[in-house]
Design a protein. Structure first.
Length: 211
């Protein structure tokens, strides 16, 4: 069972530099002070990090798509850098970085470490997106798939339900891609329930997926 990859690239802004001049002393030649850079604001720091995180994100996703073990290194670098955002900034980048590193870990059989990444992602999601947003459902979906791979079907069932319930909420960002993910979640959950012998519940989910 493969975990899907979704990502976005961030915007780029560069901070400028400003120099100051020292005043003249009486009967002495003019002196120029050392060039100084004013402290960066949190927004400027976030903009600078955004460019770097975006580059690592592209590398991480490309290597994941190619099933290259190097994805573990690049996705970890992306996660570590995203964690350097100032408080309350870059929250969506943090969500995606934990998600993609979790995917890489799961892909190369580091399941417990992957679970820790998905747990962190789910903690951050409410700070990054509104209920009903696809990213909210995807976070629970990916953890549900990992739980299913680990044989923890009760926890997988719980997370599938959380992902589905979120998709049932109104969302301004609902589109064809979100609808496709919703159907995939419903069908995978139905397959899990079918294995558990819960045929009627599985049938209801498949009916919902067909709409």
């Amino acid at each position: 069972m493969r975990i899907c990859i979704c990502c976005c690239l961030a915007l780029l802004l560069m901070a400028g530099e400003k120099q100051t001049l020292m005043g003249e002393q009486a009967a002495a030649p003019a002196n120029r002070g050392d060039a100084t850079t004013p402290p960066m604001s949190d927004e400027e720091k976030a903009d600078q990090l955004s460019e770097q995180v975006g580059k690592l994100m592209v590398k991480c996703v490309n290597l994941l798509t190619a099933q290259d073990p190097l994805s573990l290194d690049y996705c970890k670098q992306q996660r570590d850098l995203a964690e350097q955002y100032p408080p309350q900034l870059g929250m969506l980048d943090k969500v995606m970085a934990h998600d993609e590193y979790g995917i890489a870990l799961a892909a190369f059989d580091h399941k417990q470490e992957a679970l820790e990444e998905f747990n962190q992602e789910i903690l951050i999601v409410p700070k990054a997106v509104k209920p009903g947003s696809p990213e909210w459902s995807v976070a629970y979906w990916h953890r549900a798939m990992l739980y299913a791979q680990m044989g923890q079907t009760d926890k997988a069932d719980r997370d599938y339900r959380a992902a589905e319930e979120n998709f049932r909420k109104p969302s301004e960002s609902a589109d064809a891609t979100a609808a496709k993910k919703r159907r995939a979640i419903l069908r995978q959950h139905a397959a899990l329930l079918q294995k558990e012998g819960k045929t009627e519940a599985a049938h209801q989910l498949l009916q919902e997926a067909s709409r």
